[in-house]
Design a protein around this ligand. Structure first.
Ligand code: AHM
Ligand code: MG
Length: 337
């Protein structure tokens, strides 16, 4: 039997491809890998333990925090704090960034931005959820407390990004800027094994993913693009199939593998869209570009956007490059209306 490459082995083997290879990034990825396993274990038994349901309070975004949101946030925070490579974390669940200022963090170079449990409103009904993370080198000098500036970097400055999808199997997918690789957790031995090397998104696909409940609120260009997706055209394989889980990581992961486009546009109800630039859009944009795909806000590459706030929202168009291009063509055509 051929021994699978484990995530631990892969991280170490690929350390040399990283321009600042000191091993710190590898350690950081190791902390994230361990925390993901803990979160996976808790999610798997969610129906048995008293950890389902709402906490009874809202997070900074005004969304009801689930008990598992809090568990996932605490687990990743603990894992990142316990090692010496990370000097600060920004999370969807925390209004302000957290600075790690203990002795062991004095030489830490990296900040992490994350959505610890994305799609958590799905958790009570046993639908796949995820974790999304993004890693940057700090801008301010080592040994000083991190500042907002360390977190408000454009996505192009990311050194690594990834997600975990807690689905019918649990997978961790990540990039350090040298392609995208996916690892499936073998639950019998508790190890992530390389299952999807060098992931590439198909140039086009047959899936469009959008919350059509918001249709009447969308800009004209988006409405017309959705109609285009639904029209019959044998040559281009339309009508496309509509698939929307409402769990960004799962919707993205499916489209990455099968080819497709995911849209969360502006709307009269959500003038800037819903998804957060720093810990939802940027990491997935880095991954999709590394896999040959495209991610924009409808006009500009997501990775070029200059963030101005920690929890900033942006419209999001991501997926197979030809499909995102076509969505853009519709947006441009109806821009004035
Ligand atoms: P969350 O991070 O609080 O879970 O919110 C983000 C989620 C995404 O996973 C998903 O794509 C989106 O919200 C769904 O929003 P909607 O219910 O408006 O379609
Ligand atoms: Mg989220």
């Amino acid at each position: 039997m051929v021994q699978p490459t484990t995530l631990g082995e892969f991280i170490v083997e690929n350390q040399k491809d990283f321009p600042f290879a000191t091993g710190d990034l590898s350690h950081l990825l190791t902390s994230i890998r361990l925390a993901a396993k803990v979160v996976n274990r808790e999610i798997n038994k969610a129906g048995l333990a008293d950890i389902l349901g709402a906490m009874g309070k809202d997070n900074v975004q005004g969304e009801a925090q689930q008990k598992l949101d809090v568990m996932a946030n605490d687990t990743f925070m603990r894992a990142l704090r316990s090692m010496g490579q990370c000097c600060g974390v920004a999370s969807e669940e925390e209004e302000h960034y957290i600075s790690f200022d203990d002795e062991i963090h004095q030489d830490a170079k990296y900040v992490v931005l994350m959505d610890p449990l994305d799609g958590s409103s799905n958790i009570d009904v046993n639908v796949s959820v995820g974790t999304i993370f993004s890693i940057y080198r700090r801008i301010t000098p080592e040994g000083t407390p991190v500042t907002l500036e360390d977190f408000l970097q454009p996505g192009d400055a990311q050194v690594a990004a990834g997600y975990v999808v807690y689905g019918s199997s649990t997978m961790l997918v990540y990039t350090t800027g040298n392609g995208v690789n996916g690892f499936t957790l073998d639950p019998s031995i508790g190890v992530f094994c390389l299952s999807h090397p060098d992931m590439q998104i198909p140039k086009s696909g047959k899936i469009y993913s959008v919350n059509e409940g918001n249709y009447v609120h969308f800009p004209k260009g988006v409405k017309e693009y959705i109609k285009y997706c639904q029209q019959y055209d044998a040559a281009s394989g339309r009508p496309y199939t509509s698939r929307y889980i409402g769990s960004l990581v799962s919707d993205f992961h499916r489209n990455l593998i099968k080819g497709g486009v995911y849209l969360y546009p502006t709307g009269t109800m959500a003038p800037n869209g819903k998804l957060r630039l720093l810990y939802e859009c940027n990491p997935l944009a880095f991954i999709v570009e590394q896999a040959g795909g495209t991610a924009t806000n409808g006009k500009q590459r997501i990775l070029e956007l200059e963030p101005s706030e920690l929890h900033e929202r942006v419209p999001f168009f991501i997926g197979s490059p030809e499909m995102v291009d076509m969505a853009h063509a519709f947006l441009r055509r109806y821009e004035e209306e």
